[in-house]
Design a protein around this ligand. Structure first.
Ligand code: FES
Ligand SMILES: [Fe+2]
Length: 383
């Protein structure tokens, strides 16, 4: 038999205790892509995210990007409720404490009469700060104070991210949608093209020709799918009409998975779909995706028509994935053994190996006994 049993057990997609361990052991320590620099270009522009259970505020403070815990240190009001926006500064909506660029509450209404906080005391009430770094326009945040640099964590793909950053424009379409599935089911779905015939018989199947090869780099991987001649011709024509500058070296369909939950699909060097699979609880996640065209060309009716076609196509194919992912989540609840992975699903095996190694490393390093000894034993046996 060529096929092998998957390394993850159904409980890994269902169990709240394992979900919590995964958040603490993996998402706390990994760099998370949060957005493009242009989304935070002006002072006061911000976005909010939930990463490993932490409410995170990423904000442009007088030209510098900062990541803070999105919670006031007075009586813990959330500082920003919106997912993105722009304000004149960082001021708590409850009693008006105003924070400076280092997250220190320098402006406290009634301080002298009611609080008597000197500068040192205010510094002690600074917002918790998280690590923030960037590769080109890709902005990343990490919750853990210590860990590998972003460049090391993304290696050897920093150069590719920089090329994508340089070669593609701002998102023309941006979507955040809840999926009724564990984030790993979402990622596993994009790690193979085996499902394309059955799930995307018209949408994605009209783009790719069924050929597929994968290269692995540490925890990351790249898949290359051949594109159908008609799809390539369509992109050639559209590229010429709109004046898009195809990014060299990215022919056909290239799919980059940056562990744990960032996936970038690159079509004909002219379109990227940047996707994050953001866990929101056991058995659910938010898919956030941005579509960007290669640089070049002008705005106009022709471009708007292409953008709206691509927006609709992605809505359709991700809708198809979303529906099947929910079915997998439901089915997994009654599964009593690991899934079976074919040779064309090898990329999932590498994903599982990375996950299990990280979970075990963290638990050993922290000295915390596993919350589910039976599962731990099972996982160790499978590595
Ligand atoms: S809770 Fe923020 S100022 Fe009071
Ligand atoms: Fe799919």
């Amino acid at each position: 038999m060529i096929a092998k049993p998957a390394l993850l057990h159904p409980a890994d997609y269902l169990d709240p205790g394992l979900y919590a361990a995964e958040q603490a052991g993996i998402f706390t320590h990994q760099w998370q892509f949060v957005g493009f620099a242009e989304e935070l270009a002006e002072p006061g522009r911000f976005l909010t995210r939930q990463i490993a259970g932490e409410p995170v505020l990423v904000i442009n403070m007088d030209g510098d990007l900062r990541a803070f815990r999105n919670v006031c240190t007075h009586r813990f009001a959330r500082l920003k409720a919106a997912e993105a926006g722009q304000d004149s500064g960082l001021r708590c909506p409850y009693h008006g404490w105003a924070y400076d660029r280092e997250g220190v509450p320098l402006g406290i209404p009634g301080n002298a009469d009611c609080f008597g906080l000197d500068r040192a005391a205010k510094q002690g009430l600074a917002l918790k700060r998280f690590a923030l770094d960037r590769i080109g326009r890709f902005i990343f945040v990490r919750i853990a104070a210590e860990g590998p640099s972003l460049a090391d964590a993304m290696a050897p793909h920093g150069e590719l991210l920089q090329r994508l950053s340089d070669g593609f424009g701002p998102a023309f379409s941006q979507v955040a949608q809840p999926w009724a599935a564990d984030w790993k089911i979402g990622i596993e779905n994009v790690l193979e093209v085996y499902h394309v015939d059955a799930v995307h018989p018209e949408s994605f199947r009209s783009v790719v020709d069924g050929t597929w090869r994968v290269a692995y780099q540490g925890p990351h991987s790249i898949g290359h799918a051949g594109m159908r001649a008609e799809a390539l011709r369509w992109w050639e024509g559209v590229g010429k009409r709109l004046g898009l500058l195809a990014v060299p070296g990215l022919d056909h369909y290239v799919h980059l998975h940056l562990f744990p939950n960032l996936a970038i699909g690159i079509t004909a060097g002219r379109l990227i779909s940047v996707q994050t699979y953001e866990p929101t609880g056991p058995g659910r996640f938010t898919l956030r995706y941005r579509l960007c065209l290669a640089l070049g060309g002008k705005q106009g009716a022709a471009r708007a028509a292409v953008e709206s076609h691509l927006t609709a196509l992605n809505e359709t194919l991700l809708g198809e994935d979303r529906a099947i992912a929910a079915e997998v989540q439901i089915g997994t609840a009654s599964a009593d053994r690991p899934a079976l992975l074919g040779a064309n699903e090898d990329r999932l095996m590498q994903f599982h190996q990375t996950l299990l190694a990280l979970k075990n490393t963290h638990r050993l390093a922290s000295g915390t006994p596993p919350s589910h000894p039976a599962d731990e034993e099972r996982q160790e046996n499978r590595i």
